[in-house]
Design a protein around this ligand. Structure first.
Ligand code: UDP
Ligand code: MG
Length: 219
């Protein structure tokens, strides 16, 4: 009986395994911090050494803004320039699509760094509504950096980034949004013991050494 069962099962193992991998829930690390804290830079370094896919909510929104025929292009453009946070319906669809597409192409790519999201209560509610049962949030990587350093880095980046929001006027607004809307989200996760804080005011390699220590410990 057992032998027969095993016999039946054995030829199915590969497809069963495949099924397990296919249904593997996305494992998510949220990457937060002020504008210019170094989220994107550090995420690029992480994907070089770890099996993560980097999804920047800001980059996805900028791509959607540039997509021909996009119904949200103008709205996204206004929100970004004003340093305001785009309604989550738009962002969550872009994130979900990017996660789905990544895992459809390669089912082993189930680890994601979601950079610059969730930035406010609306973002968090949207995530909970759409993704809570579809993905596991492992922790929040928080790049902690003073406002002055953040502003100076973005102004420096603005010389070549071509971004419509790397100027002093937009930056003041982005910092306000960060302090008023994003910090409370980080604090919420902190209460649940889910935040890993890194002093992001130092140079790239020093910050990355701390990032590595965290990822080596908790994947
Ligand atoms: N943005 C948004 N929702 C998001 C992520 C970004 O509305 O989930 C908008 C927001 O206007 C923000 C801008 O995109 O100020 C730039 O975000 P990005 O993460 O690219 O900036 P960074 O923090 O990396 O400097
Ligand atoms: Mg960024």
């Amino acid at each position: 009986m057992f032998g027969r069962l095993l016999g039946n099962v054995s030829h199915r193992v590969p497809s069963c395994l495949n099924q397990v991998l296919l249904t593997m829930k996305p494992q998510v690390v949220f990457v937060l911090g002020g504008p210019g804290a170094g989220k994107g830079t550090q995420c690029s370094k992480i994907v070089e050494s770890y099996n993560y896919t980097h999804l920047s909510a800001g980059d996805l929104l900028r791509a959607e803004r540039a997509r021909e025929g996009s119904e949200s292009g103008q709205l996204i453009d206004n929100f970004i320039k004003e340093g305001k946070i785009v309604p989550v319906e738009i962002t969550i669809n872009l994130l979900r699509k990017a996660i789905d597409e990544t895992m459809q192409k390669d089912e082993k790519k189930f680890r994601f760094l979601i950079d610059g999201f969730p930035r406010n209560e609306d973002n968090l509610q949207g995530w909970t509504r759409v993704m809570d049962d579809k993905a596991d949030v492992k922790f929040v990587l928080f790049f902690d950096c003073g406002n002055e350093v953040c502003i100076n880095r973005c102004l420096e980046r603005g010389k070549s980034s071509g971004r419509t929001d790397d100027n002093r006027e937009s930056l003041e607004k982005r910092i306000q949004t960060y302090l008023q809307s994003t910090r409370p989200i980080i604090e919420l996760y902190e209460k649940h013991g889910k935040v890993r804080t890194i002093d992001a005011s130092r140079c790239v390699d020093e910050v990355f050494a701390d990032v590595k220590a965290i990822l080596d410990k908790e994947g």
